[in-house]
Design a protein around this ligand. Structure first.
Ligand SMILES: *Cc1c(COP(=O)(O)O)cnc(C)c1O
Length: 411
C-alpha cells in the first residue's frame, strides 16, 4: 500500500456545468426550486436506463434480469424500471401492490422473504405471482390456498445454500439463516410439495449482497449453479425457473472501485450454455437491487447553519439520518465511512478546511460527512450525497425526531 489517502471513485453520472451539479438535466439549485423543499431524493431516469443498458451489454441475452424492489420501491421509479427489466422481485404485500400497478405480467413477479403472512400469500396466489417459499409452513398454506381458491399457486423453493458470498456487505445465505430452506432439507420439502400437489417451478438461491469482487460473485454463481443441478437431479418435476441471485455491489467508500462486469458476464454466458443442455427447460435469472438504482440517485439537503467548534467546521443541514440512515453509517456498516458528498452548487470550489456535515437530529449519530474536504459552504448551499438511489428513504427511521418527510422525485 502506498501512503496515499484512499479516495472516492469519481462521480461521473451527473455533469457539472458552471460550478453546479446537474441532475435530470437541470442544475441542482433549480431542481430544489422545482421540488419546492429540501431535503429530497432525486433519481435520474436517464442514469437508470443507461445502467441497465450497460449491464445488458455484458449479460447473455437468455438470462433474465430482475429488479429487487426493496432497494427502491418508489412507485414512479419502479414503473420506469418495469419497462427495462424482465421481472420484479418483491418482499412484502406493499411492494407487491406497487409491482402489480406497473402492469408487469404477474408471472414475472416473484415474492421472497421470511414471515409472509397468510394474507400476503393469498394475495400472491390471487394475483398469479410466483412465491419463493421459505419454510414448510408456507408450503402448507399455499397448498390450502390453491385448493380453497381453485387456483394453482406458482411456487419456487428458496434454498439456503451451504455456502455464502465471500467478501459481501451482507451475507444472506450459508449457515443458519431465517432465509430459505436449508439445502439438505430440499428433497424432503420437494416431496412434501408433491404430496400437496404443488407444482414447484424451480429454485431461488441468494447468497449475499454488495460485493465488489467479480471473482467472489463468479464463485458464488458457480456454486449456486452446481447446487441447483444437484437439487434438480432429485426433483420430482422439471426445473423451469432458476434464480441464481445477485449481490453486485457499487462503490460507496474511499478506496472502493466499480465491479468488473466483463468477467461476470463471460461466466454467466458459460452457465447459460451449460443450462441449455443440463436444465433445458429452465429460465435463468439474476436479481439486482442496488446495482441497478443506487448510482442513479442523490440525496440533497440544505445547509441551515455553519458553526465552528474548537476549530472544526460543522455544516448543519436540514437532512440527516432520519432520511438517509445508510449515509450516516448506521445501516449495516461495521466502521463508519463517508459516502461521496459534495456541495452541489459549488462543485469547482477549492477544498476548504475539512468539515463535518451533520443533520438536525439531537444525536451524534446524525453525521453525513466526517471531516471531508468540501468547498467552502455557506447557509443556503446544497449538500449532495451521491450513491443514494438504493436503501435510502425507505431504509431510514423517518419518524425519529418528528422532522418533515423528504420528498422524492424521478427526473
Ligand atoms: C435484498 C435482496 C436483493 C437485492 O440486494 P441488492 O444488494 O440490493 O442487490 C436480492 N435478492 C434478495 C432475495 C434480497 O433479499
Amino acid at each position: 500500500m502506498s501512503g496515499l489517502k484512499p479516495v472516492h471513485a469519481p462521480q461521473t453520472r451527473f455533469p457539472v456545468i458552471d460550478d453546479c451539479l446537474h441532475i435530470g438535466g437541470m442544475p441542482v439549485t433549480r431542481l430544489a426550486q422545482r421540488v419546492g423543499s429540501t431535503p429530497f431524493y432525486a433519481y435520474d431516469r436517464a442514469a437508470l436506463s443507461a445502467r441497465v443498458q450497460e449491464l445488458r451489454a455484458h449479460l447473455p441475452a437468455a438470462l433474465a434480469l430482475h429488479f429487487s424492489m426493496k432497494a427502491n420501491p418508489m412507485p414512479a421509479l419502479v414503473q420506469h424500471m418495469a419497462g427495462l427489466v424482465d421481472g420484479l422481485d418483491v418482499a412484502s404485500g406493499g411492494e407487491m401492490k406497487v409491482a402489480l400497478d406497473t402492469g408487469m405480467d404477474p408471472a414475472r413477479i416473484s415474492f421472497a422473504g421470511p414471515g409472509k403472512s397468510d394474507r400476503e400469500l393469498a394475495q400472491a396466489v390471487a394475483a398469479g405471482i410466483c412465491v419463493n417459499v421459505e419454510s414448510e409452513r408456507e408450503i402448507g398454506v399455499l397448498a390450502q390456498l390453491s385448493q380453497s381458491m381453485g387456483l394453482a399457486a406458482s411456487v419456487v423453493l428458496r434454498v439456503n445454500p451451504d455456502f455464502e458470498l465471500r467478501s459481501s456487505g451482507m451475507k444472506m445465505g450459508g449457515g443458519a439463516k431465517q432465509f430459505g430452506i436449508d439445502a439438505e432439507d430440499v428433497p424432503a420439502m420437494l416431496a412434501l410439495a408433491e404430496r400437496e400437489s404443488l407444482d414447484v417451478l424451480g429454485f431461488h438461491i441468494y447468497s449475499g449482497s454488495q460485493s465488489l469482487k467479480a471473482e467472489a460473485i463468479i464463485e458464488a454463481q458457480a456454486r449456486t449453479f452446481e447446487l441447483s443441478l444437484r437439487l434438480a437431479a432429485g426433483a420430482p418435476r422439471t426445473v423451469r425457473q432458476l434464480n441464481i441471485g445477485g449481490g453486485f455491489g457499487i462503490p460507496y467508500f474511499p478506496g472502493e472501485r466499480a465491479l468488473a462486469l466483463a468477467p461476470i458476464g463471460e461466466h454467466l454466458a458459460q452457465l447459460v450454455e451449460q443450462a441449455r443442455t443440463e436444465l433445458p427447460q429452465a429460465q435463468l435469472a439474476i436479481e439486482l437491487g442496488r446495482y441497478l438504482v443506487g448510482e442513479a440517485g442523490v440525496y440533497v439537503a440544505r445547509v441551515i447553519d455553519r458553526k465552528v467548534s474548537r476549530g472544526q467546521v460543522f455544516l448543519v443541514t436540514d437532512g440527516g439520518l432520519h432520511h438517509h440512515l445508510a449515509a450516516s453509517g448506521n445501516f449495516g456498516q461495521v466502521i463508519r465511512k463517508n459516502y461521496p458528498v459534495a456541495v452541489g452548487n459549488r462543485m469547482a470550489a477549492q477544498p476548504d478546511s475539512p468539515a463535518y456535515v451533520v443533520g438536525p437530529l439531537c444525536t451524534p449519530l446524525d453525521l453525513l460527512a466526517d471531516k471531508m474536504d468540501l468547498g467552502h459552504a455557506q447557509v443556503g448551499d446544497l449538500i449532495v450525497v451521491f450513491q443514494s438511489g438504493a436503501y435510502g428513504l425507505t431504509a431510514s427511521p423517518a419518524a425519529f425526531l418528528s422532522h418533515p418527510a423528504a420528498a422524492e422525485v424521478l427526473v
